[in-house]
Structure formats: structure tokens, C-alpha cells
Design a protein around this ligand. Sequence first.
Ligand SMILES: NC(=O)c1ccc[n+]([C@@H]2O[C@H](COP(=O)([O-])OP(=O)(O)OC[C@H]3O[C@@H](n4cnc5c(N)ncnc54)[C@H](O)[C@@H]3O)[C@@H](O)[C@H]2O)c1
Length: 327
Amino acid sequence: MSSLDGEPGDDRSGRQDRDRHRRGSGLGADIARSLHAAGANVIIADRTVAGGEAVAAELGPRAWFCRTDIEQDDEIAACIAGAVAQFGTLDILVNNACLYADSGLASTRAEWLKTLNVNLVGTAIFTSLAAEKMTKPGGVIVNIGSVGGKVGAAGRALYPASKAAILQFTKNAAVSLAPDGIRVLSVSPAWTWSPALENMAGTIEHADAVGGRIHPIGRVGRGQDVGNAVVFAVSPMAGFITGVDIPVDGGFTIMGPTRAVPRGLGSQTLKTDSRRHLVDDRALKRQETVVRLLRGEDRQKRVLDRGLDPDSVSIIARPQNGTTASE
Ligand SMILES: NC(=O)c1ccc[n+]([C@@H]2O[C@H](COP(=O)([O-])OP(=O)(O)OC[C@H]3O[C@@H](n4cnc5c(N)ncnc54)[C@H](O)[C@@H]3O)[C@@H](O)[C@H]2O)c1
């Protein structure tokens, strides 16, 4: 694959589901590994048996797999009861499961309900039922959000809307459960090396090369980055933090519309800096087109005529091919 268009999980062909569960991969597995390494007993709840069992077997005696479909309330309740029976207390819940399938604005009602049922309602019901059994005070619930729930993306609707709702739900649950001494936070990754990203990028090197241009830290995330944030969120060190989101996004969401294109838009400078900062090769070509269009004595006038900040021209100018250069 030569470029990364979209974001992890933006694979409407469904290829991402192929084989990966057999490997016990995905961010849930990495979060489980991080919590386990920090000393927690871990229960892996997933509707897919092979991957969950593989991670539980890898972790050993302090880990247990419980097949759970989070669209089914009775299965959620059974998982929680099993956790308490297995380990005595329930101190931490991480709501990680998700569906990525997304037909954007063309999504049917059935598709909307399916995605929201897993990504949002499953989280809400798990939170509600777990909170009843959770250690009070001291329980912590972490909901996995996404940068996708914070910014717009053409062609997608279900997944981003569900992730935005997760962030809001986290606030409401945090306020509701604070009197019980239960904290609720969200952790929002950006592009993170996972089966979803592997399907788009092929290799981690390619993912870092392309994804690194839109993550100021210069690479995509690793599962351990997310796992570390979850370990912090559930630890006593975060004891006065609730209801907020912890971005684990390498700066993805703080980058402004000009991204890191230097002032002046000189083509030489642009080429020098583009290796690290521009979105992808096509974005670089669009930027260069913009520079050509706007270079010359009338640059300032043309920019100002459009009511624009001269340093922001790269995001709105119209290149020669007629498509809008918007990153
Ligand atoms: N991978 C990324 O780059 C990235 C970026 C931002 C946010 N995230 C978030 O991280 C989390 C994990 O992402 P991932 O890329 O590892 O996804 P993934 O698809 O690899 O894993 C999702 C898991 O959810 C499970 N699941 C789906 N429906 C279920 C159901 N009804 N009941 C029980 N389990 C169910 C799947 O079996 C799978 O194991 C998600 O919440 C996702 O939104 C991931």
C-alpha cells in the first residue's frame, strides 16, 4: 500500500477481521498486557474466543478469558459475576471493544444501531452493571475513545459519532458515580499499531513514515502507549482525575490547520520540512501546487482578498486540478 488514506479501521471491505483474532492482537490485548504487568488480575471479555484465549494463555494464571458479547446484557452480567467469583473483587473496567465498519452518510438505520449498540450502548451497560459490583471507593472505569470522535473525516459517520458519544458518556458517568468513589475516564488514541492499521499500512515502518507526518511526535502510537495511559488512569496517582479524556495521540489533535508548514510557504523550506510534517505525498503535491499558485507579487493581495490569514492559505486554496487542498 502506497499511502494511508483515512484512519485505522477505515476499511469497508472487512479485510481487517481476517485472521487477526487468532493472534490475540489489538489494543485490548496490549491494555491487558500492561495492566497485568502492573500487577492486576485480568479478565479478557471478547465475543471472539481464539484471540481472547490466546492472550489469557500468554499472560498465565492471573488472567482469564470470558466469552462475552457486549450486545447481550445477560452475557455482560455473567462476565462481571465471573470476575468477582474468580478474583474476589472488581476494581477496574476498560471498555475497549468496538466495530469500525462505517458506510458514512449512506449508512442504514440497521448499521447505525449495530455500531452504536456495540461502541456506545455496550460500554454504557457494562459500566452500569460493573459499577454495581465494583470496589467503592476506589473503582475505576476507562472508556477507550478515539481521535476519530474529535475531528471530522469524510466518508465516515458511525464510528466517529459513537466515539464522540463515548467522551460525553464518560463525563456523565463520572459525575453519577463520583459519590460512590468510582472514577470514570476516557483514553483516546490516535493511529496506533494494531491489526486495523496493519491492514492499511502493511508494515509498522510505513505506518510511522506516513502517519508520523500527522502526529507531531513523528510516529504512530504503540499499544503500549495506550496501555501505559490506562495503567496511569487506574492508579492512585490519578486519584483526583475523573470525567476527562487522556489523549494518547502524539499531538494529533493539537496540530492546527497549517500543520507544521513553515511561515512564508517558500517551496525550498517546504520541501525540507515536509519529510516530517506534511500529511502524505499527495498532500505535499497539493501544498506545492498552492505555493506555485500563490507565489508572486499578487500573493498577499489574493490571499487577503479572500479574507484569509496569509499563513493559512495552504488549507483553502484551490489547486489546478480543481480539488480543494484541505488537510
Ligand atoms: N487501532 C487504532 O489505531 C485505534 C485508534 C483510535 C482508537 N482506537 C480504539 O481502540 C479500541 C481497540 O481498537 P483496535 O484497533 O484494537 O480494534 P480491534 O477491532 O482490533 O478490536 C476490537 C475488539 O472488539 C471486539 N468486539 C467487537 N464487537 C464485540 C461485541 N459485540 N462483544 C464483545 N467484543 C466485541 C472484537 O472481537 C475485537 O477483539 C477501540 O475502542 C478503538 O475505537 C483504536
